[in-house]
Write a protein that binds this ligand. Structure first.
Ligand SMILES: *[C@@H]1O[C@H](CO)[C@@H](O)[C@H](O)[C@H]1NC(C)=O
Ligand SMILES: *[C@@H]1O[C@H](CO)[C@@H](O)[C@H](O)[C@H]1NC(C)=O
Ligand SMILES: *[C@@H]1O[C@H](CO)[C@@H](O)[C@H](O)[C@H]1NC(C)=O
Length: 369
């Protein structure tokens, strides 16, 4: 009926409709397929080793080690969470030199302390700089804002994994009641409002939550001269376990404990996000994929789109300010506006990928995302 009706009127209408549908299918189809393929199935805990890790994580007690642990930080802030019911603890990985960036983050997306009355706490996690004058600046900044913790680790790309572990240790020791932990790169923009709303829809005490943009079947680096080289002796499997890209991802508190326990058996050099994926797998936790995290991809700005997504990578300071101008007022987008916004920013993001003039927003992680 429908078909002949179309044909009778004018087949151009059908063609148009078909194109619109095809356009949407192409644009969003990948996301749906991705989310379907990468959906997390609850792990099976029949493996004795997995059960042991989980049991040890449950019993992990940091209170006796507190004195020792505090030695590992040049700047510590033990009372950051004390006496507060923290819902979401935000840990922003930052470099000591980037005071300017931290300032931009403080006055923009991190300047949100609540989502529906639930408390959000934001801290910057730093390494130790080589220069004494930088350290002096960092100390002043920490005193002024009380939102910095700094590990006793020299700043270097190779120290990102120990830094991640220090951060997890800090969480379990000093903020053990925070329900969720967001780890984010300082170069990213995070929409705490959207993310908080989403987390609030989950069960009250969810366990085993590890959510972000999942990287599926990445191969270890077998190139002998590369910094992340892994010989087959060090890591036997063909693929890494699925993991969430480091630019922004969320863990539930129990997963942080599991990472600490499982990390004792991981002794090879891998990027820190892969490291978390490996640890978490040892505890039987499977990552959950959400296309609302952009991974290493920069999403072209559109107000209604940015109200919906959880994160976008490589957002400049100026852009943070202009985004915040829009988002702070919590203008609500209608369903249609959100939909249109998603179409627009998705299409533009794809165009950026192909643009020869705009290489700055393209990262090599795009090809595996
Ligand atoms: C603290 O560290 C020292 C030396 O590393 C170690 O001998 C001691 O057992 C540690 N104490 C606790 C409570 O972990
Ligand atoms: C956060 O926003 C409030 C209200 O707009 C402002 O008074 C405060 O100074 C901001 N905080 C920072 C760190 O900029
Ligand atoms: C943060 O992102 C930048 C640019 O994408 C990258 O160079 C840097 O290594 C990342 N840092 C961390 C801690 O992931």
């Amino acid at each position: 009926m429908q078909l002949s009706f179309c044909k009778l009127r004018t087949h151009q209408w059908c063609f148009l409709l078909f194109n619109v549908l095809l356009f949407h299918a192409l644009l969003f189809g990948a996301d749906f397929v991705e989310e379907y393929l990468l959906q997390a199935f609850p792990g099976t805990y029949t493996d004795l080793k997995v059960l042991e890790v989980r049991e040890r994580a449950r019993k992990l007690d940091m209170t006796t080690a507190r004195g020792n642990i505090s030695q590992q930080y040049t700047i510590n802030y033990p009372e950051a969470c004390s006496g507060q019911d923290v819902f979401l603890l935000v840990l922003i990985f930052s470099a000591p030199d980037n005071a300017h960036r931290r300032e931009a983050i403080r006055r923009t997306w991190a300047n949100r302390t609540h989502v529906q009355e639930c408390l959000i706490r934001t801290l910057f996690v730093l390494e130790s700089p080589r220069s004494l004058s930088t350290q002096a600046t960092v100390l002043r900044e920490a005193e002024l804002h009380s939102d910095i913790i700094q590990g006793r680790l020299i700043e270097s790309p190779g120290n990102l994994t120990p830094k991640t572990l220090l951060a997890m240790q800090w969480v379990v020791t000093y903020c053990p009641f925070a329900r969720f932990i967001l780890q984010a790169n300082e170069t990213a923009f995070v929409n705490l409002m959207a993310l908080g709303d989403y987390l609030l829809t989950l069960r009250r005490h969810p366990e085993d939550l590890y959510i972000g943009r999942v990287v599926h079947q990445e191969m270890p680096d077998r190139e002998p001269n590369s910094p992340h080289f892994l010989s087959p002796n060090q890591y036997r499997d063909k693929y890494f376990p699925d993991y969430c890209t480091g630019s922004a991802f969320v863990l539930s508190q129990d997963v942080a404990r599991k990472v600490i326990v499982a990390s004792e058996e991981v002794h090879f050099p891998v990027p820190y996000d892969v490291f978390i994926g490996i640890c978490v797998r040892k505890a039987g936790v499977v990552p959950t994929h959400s296309a609302r995290f952009s991974g290493e991809r920069h999403i072209r700005y559109n107000a209604c789109c940015y109200q919906f997504i959880f994160s976008s990578a490589n957002v400049g300071d100026d852009q943070l300010d202009s985004i915040w101008q829009d988002l702070r007022d919590e203008r609500s987008c209608s369903l249609l506006e959100t939909y249109y916004g998603l179409v627009a920013c998705k299409a533009l993001t794809y165009l950026d990928k192909f643009s020869f003039f705009n290489t700055g927003t393209i990262s090599d992680a795009d090809s595996n995302g």
